[in-house]
Design a protein around this ligand. Structure first.
Ligand code: HEC
Length: 155
């Protein structure tokens, strides 16, 4: 009798854990992952654009400033990493494009320059494809799912 109750509790416990795991981790959801941009020409252009314009702040490997989480005395944040270790992947593509085109929103932290007058749409597309090619697979997939959800909301 006691044994049965214990077993039931155990089984229930297992079921709950299994459920949690299924729902909680976006990376294991059953979606068909889209391949990243692999067009060598576009990636080469993106790298060029990055080295010419972005590397001096974001680092040559897009690793960001070492202390990017700590604002300076003026409340400015140093340039964050774009290599997948920062929080750029929390932003849908439209927002990444927006940050690059318009710079950071006005305010005390506005130190990311606007690029819309200096880079073409294709160059912006290329530079995003290039820094996304640096992202670990799990980060990229999590980003894709978030981007898709953001896209659905905007429709
Ligand atoms: C003068 C330094 C500087 C240059 C040059 C620069 N950035 Fe930035 N960038 C920043 C700073 C500082 C931030 C953080 C903005 C903020 O906190 O408002 C930032 C933020 C970003 C973000 C948002 C990241 C996030 O995690 O939210 C993206 C994307 C980005 N930059 C891309 C680029 C690209 C692409 C280029 C080159 C075309 C570039 N940046 C050139 C300083 C720079």
């Amino acid at each position: 009798m006691k044994m049965t109750r214990m077993l039931t509790a155990l089984t229930l416990g297992l079921a709950v854990t299994a459920c949690d795991r299924g729902a909680g981790t976006p990376m294991t959801a059953s979606s068909t992952p889209q391949a990243r941009v692999s067009d060598p020409e576009l990636l080469a252009l993106g790298k060029q654009v990055f080295m010419d314009n972005c590397a001096r702040c974001h680092g040559r490997r897009a690793e960001g400033a070492p202390d990017w989480r700590t604002p300076n005395a003026q409340g400015h944040y140093p340039p964050p990493p774009l290599d997948g270790s920062g929080h750029a992947w929390h932003h849908p593509k439209t927002m990444l494009r927006q940050v690059i085109r318009e710079g950071s929103p006005p305010g005390p932290q506005a130190r990311m320059p606007a690029w819309k007058d200096r880079l073409s749409e294709r160059e912006i597309q290329a530079v995003i494809a290039w820094f996304q090619s640096l992202w670990p697979e799990q980060v990229y997939q999590a980003w894709q799912q978030m981007d898709r959800r953001a896209g659905q909301k905007n429709q």
